[in-house]
Each structure stands twice: as structure tokens, then as C-alpha cells.
Design a protein around this ligand. Structure first.
Ligand code: ZN
Length: 257
């Protein structure tokens, strides 16, 4: 089952808050299926959505004719529109919730109702039809939360928490690049020391193991200590390389400035 269908299943269990809500939901539903009234029409959906709408029609509920005024009825209207023409992407993939208006003017009406409830819907045209959509994760979570009477928003939110965890992994990667910067700074300090010793004509007097690592560092300024060590005759380890480079820096420092 798609994420949208799962959400719709949950929405179909939502209870009505006031007598007007059912009528408003029906109005939103018919507006988005391109019908304005139920009279004699076949309900174009099966499953839980079809059952919910059919039951309202059979109970003699009339779609609300004017714009819903109560907050609960506005939400019911939005829910009806969503059950008819709405879809929401799996938040693990992307944040996108939309209403595809099949009737002229339906999109405009819905956009106004969404705005009246504090949402910031966007509008676009697709295949000549107006589509209302929301991209902000917090708005999607709020809207689903409202439409479901508070029962479905949490699922979206938990996905959001997961996303935040992922972004902390991104931060970890950034931290690795901070380590690279650290490596670059250390390398330029080593190179400065080697150049200073050479300029003072003391390089040839240095022990051979230090000259070896120093010359490698000059040739490969960007590689890690470990990689430098593998290029030495003795294939010394990271701490050995570190130790030798330190001795070079110490010697350079002892030369004064
Ligand atoms: Zn109501």
C-alpha cells in the first residue's frame, strides 16, 4: 500500500467534531472529484474512502454550500478534498503533499481555506489542471495531524526525527572535512619547517631518516601521515612519521626566526 493510501486509511477513521464537519468534508470531496452534489452519482472510489463517503450520502448529508466557517469544518473540508484528489509522498523520500483539482475553481477555494487555517499552499498547473501543494515538512506534518484529528501527524514527525539523525551524519562528514583541514594545516607547518632548515643550509646535516620523511612531505603535501610512512624505506607507521616530523619542526624552531 502506498504511503498516500495508508494516510487515507487513517483519515477515514477520523471522527467529526461538529454536525457541520460531515457536510464540509463531503463538499471538499465532491469539489475535488469534479462534482458539486451527490445526487445519483456513483462514488468514484473504493475501499475505506468509498465507504466513508457512501455512508454520508446514504445518511442524507448534503455537501456544505458555503465556505466552512468553523475551524473544525475547514479541516473537514480539506480532509474531504484530500480523500478525493490528494496525495502525499513517503517522507523518507521527499516532502510533498498535493491536491489535484479536477473541477474549475476547486483549487482556489481550497487554497483560501488552507490559508485561513494558517497554511502556506503553493499552486501550479499540471496538464491544464490546478494543483495545490505543500513542500514544507512541518506544514505537511501539521496538516496530516489536523486532518486525522491528531493521529497521523506523529508518523510523519518520527520520519522527520530520522531525517535529523541523517543530517547529523552529514555533520559528521563535515567534521571529517574539518579533520582534513587540520591535516592541511599540520602539513603546511611541516613544510615551512623543512624549508626553513633548507634555507639555513642545515638540511644536509640532518639524520637521513629525517631527510627522507621531510623530502617525501615536500613532494606529497596532501597525504596522510600513514600514507607517507608507507613510502619510507622502513615503511614506518603513523606514529613514527609523526615523531620524525616533530623532530624536524623542533629543529627548525631551534634555529630561531
Ligand atoms: Zn465542524
Amino acid at each position: 500500500m502506498s504511503f498516500s493510501s495508508e494516510i487515507k486509511q487513517i483519515l477515514c477513521k477520523t471522527e467529526y467534531e461538529c454536525p457541520g464537519c460531515r457536510s464540509a468534508e463531503l463538499a471538499g470531496f465532491f469539489r475535488f472529484t469534479g462534482r458539486t452534489q451527490a445526487g445519483g452519482m456513483r462514488i468514484p472510489v473504493s475501499g475505506a474512502v468509498g465507504t466513508r463517503i457512501r455512508r454520508a450520502v446514504e445518511d442524507g448529508v448534503e455537501p456544505m454550500r458555503s465556505a466552512p466557517e468553523n475551524s473544525c469544518c475547514r479541516i473537514a473540508y480539506i480532509r474531504g478534498a484530500f480523500l478525493a484528489g490528494g496525495s502525499v509522498s513517503d517522507p523518507q523520500k521527499e516532502y510533498h503533499l498535493e491536491f489535484d483539482a479536477k473541477a474549475d475553481g476547486g483549487a482556489e477555494e481550497l487554497a483560501e481555506i488552507l490559508k485561513a487555517q494558517g497554511f502556506r499552499p503553493k499552486k501550479t498547473l499540471r496538464k491544464g489542471r490546478e494543483v495545490i501543494y505543500i513542500k514544507e515538512s512541518s506544514q505537511i506534518a501539521d496538516l496530516i495531524g489536523y486532518m486525522s484529528g491528531g493521529r497521523a501527524g506523529l508518523e510523519i514527525l518520527s520520519v522527520q526525527v530520522e531525517k535529523e539523525l541523517k543530517s547529523s551524519i552529514v555533520r559528521q562528514v563535515n567534521c571529517d572535512s574539518a579533520n582534513l583541514n587540520k591535516l592541511a594545516r599540520a602539513s603546511s607547518r611541516q613544510i615551512a619547517a623543512i624549508k626553513k632548515i633548507k634555507a639555513a643550509r642545515k638540511w644536509s646535516a640532518m639524520p637521513e631518516v629525517l631527510r627522507e620523511i621531510g623530502d617525501l612531505r615536500l613532494r606529497y603535501p596532501d597525504i596522510s601521515l600513514e600514507a607517507l610512512g608507507k613510502m619510507t624505506k622502513q615503511q614506518i607507521g603513523k606514529s613514527g612519521v609523526n615523531h620524525r616530523l616533530h623532530r624536524i619542526i623542533e629543529f627548525a624552531d631551534s634555529l630561531g626566526s
